[in-house]
Design a protein around this ligand. Structure first.
Ligand code: SLL
Length: 169
């Protein structure tokens, strides 16, 4: 196991969520208190928004082994592991909260897991003078909410075999 000194490999990622107001049809089959459907994800920053993240140039599973999304304690089994791409989780709910996102790298990397935090955003930004949380019918018309954060995973002095793996992609 030899580290290659002086080399840094950077992989751009995004993490965050999209959210929509549940349609009347969706509300029939979900928890009575739930108003929104949302998806939280970790993705390659190089991926097109509609990518399924599997296999293509935007697949991040060659260096990420697992993503753990730690949800609010009001959810059953709040710690959710995703072990293959797409590294995302879809749920319904009524409230915003902080999601802990733990990214575990592949074994060969020899790297410790990293943790980032994302504030789940359900409500669109209100215009000045408008209520902070718009009524659901107004929010529905405004369309999906998107809240994404750009970040970079940096591997310093990577092991030679891991460096090979990284640069083959
Ligand atoms: C708070 N921000 O600090 C709020 C918590 C919790 C949201 C929001 C669903 C839970 C369930 C849900 O939307 N929880 O019914 O499974 O108090």
């Amino acid at each position: 196991r030899v580290r290659v000194r002086g080399v840094s490999i950077i992989r751009p990622i995004i993490y965050g969520n999209t959210a929509t107001v549940l349609t009347p049809k969706e509300r029939e089959t979900s928890h009575p208190d739930h108003t929104h459907k949302w998806t939280v994800a970790v993705r390659s920053a190089a991926s097109p928004p509609d990518s399924d993240q599997v296999g293509g140039a935007d697949d991040i599973s060659y260096f990420i082994k697992r993503v753990t999304f730690k949800l609010h304690d009001t959810y059953p089994n709040p710690s959710r592991n995703v072990d293959k791409p797409p590294f995302e989780l879809t749920e319904t709910g009524w409230g915003e909260f902080e999601i802990q996102i733990r990214i575990t790298f592949v074994q060969e990397s020899g790297e410790k897991a990293v943790t980032v935090y994302h504030h789940l955003k359900l409500h669109p930004w209100a215009a000045v003078g408008e209520p902070e949380i718009p009524p659901l019918d107004v929010a529905t018309k405004m369309g999906p909410v998107h809240a994404w954060q750009y970040d970079e995973v940096v591997f310093n002095d990577p092991y030679q075999n891991f460096l090979n793996l990284l640069t083959q992609h």
